[in-house]
Design a protein around this ligand. Structure first.
Ligand code: C5P
Length: 214
């Protein structure tokens, strides 16, 4: 039992990983970091500063100035923020600038839960518990569309967003979104959120038993 008990929850947009991470955190009494929020904050703050999201240096400067106290803004939860996040997330300098904050969170002695795209591969490659949560693009689009009810956006547009995000986050060599070799795949397409959480709990229980005996 040397390393802290880190639970890495990776997967594509609207796969259910955020809800699963929150519920795992509550079940095990662990703090949770939604790392997508960091990229969303960088995207929105870069736009507010009038920067071009394709400008890697400008986006990285925003990322270096980010602090945990700046993450409460409701605008970071909007559809536009998700799009901006995935555009700044392609820049290696942005990813590098956000690395330390995420690794410090994962290094907490009492353990933690992090959800994102590259937690099990880059941020916490030695995490004792790793899940890769996914679902079909259609199911994910429907979930996201329901979440965005107040934004008056059509389902087809949300599906197009999801497909574009998938391509940007995972569709190339060395892309951040990739299942770690030792992550357990959890396809939630046919599951309710309760069923998905129960399945995640079972995966984490097995990992915890191995970790306790290590
Ligand atoms: O998870 P969420 O949809 O909030 O993430 C927004 C975007 O931030 C993702 O589409 C992805 O481009 C980026 N991201 C990332 N690495 C993470 C978390 C999010 O590249 N660990």
């Amino acid at each position: 039992m040397t390393a802290p008990f880190v639970i890495a929850v990776d997967g594509p947009a609207a796969s259910g990983k955020g809800t699963i991470a929150t519920r795992l955190g509550a079940a095990y009494g662990l703090p949770v970091l939604d790392t997508g929020l960091l990229y969303r904050a960088v995207g929105v703050l870069a736009l507010r500063a009038g920067a071009d999201l394709d400008d890697e240096a400008a986006a990285a400067a925003v990322a270096r100035g980010l602090s945990a106290g700046l993450l409460d803004d409701p605008e970071f939860r909007t559809r536009g923020a998700g799009e901006a996040a995935s555009r700044v997330a392609v820049h290696p300098a942005v990813r590098a600038a956000l690395l330390e904050m995420q690794q410090a969170f994962a290094a907490q002695a009492g353990g933690s839960v992090l959800d994102g795209r590259d937690i099990g591969t880059v941020i916490a490659p030695h995490a004792p518990a790793k899940l890769y949560v996914t679902a079909s693009p259609q199911v994910r689009a429907e979930r996201r569309w329901k979440q965005l009810a107040g934004e008056g956006v059509a389902y087809d547009e949300v599906l197009a967003d999801i497909r574009r995000r998938d391509a940007r986050d995972g569709g190339r060599e060395n892309a951040p979104m990739r299942q770690a070799d030792d992550a357990v795949l959890l396809d939630t397409s046919e599951m309710t959120i309760e069923q998905a959480t129960d399945a995640a709990r079972r995966i984490v229980e097995a990992a915890r038993a191995r970790w306790v005996n290590s």
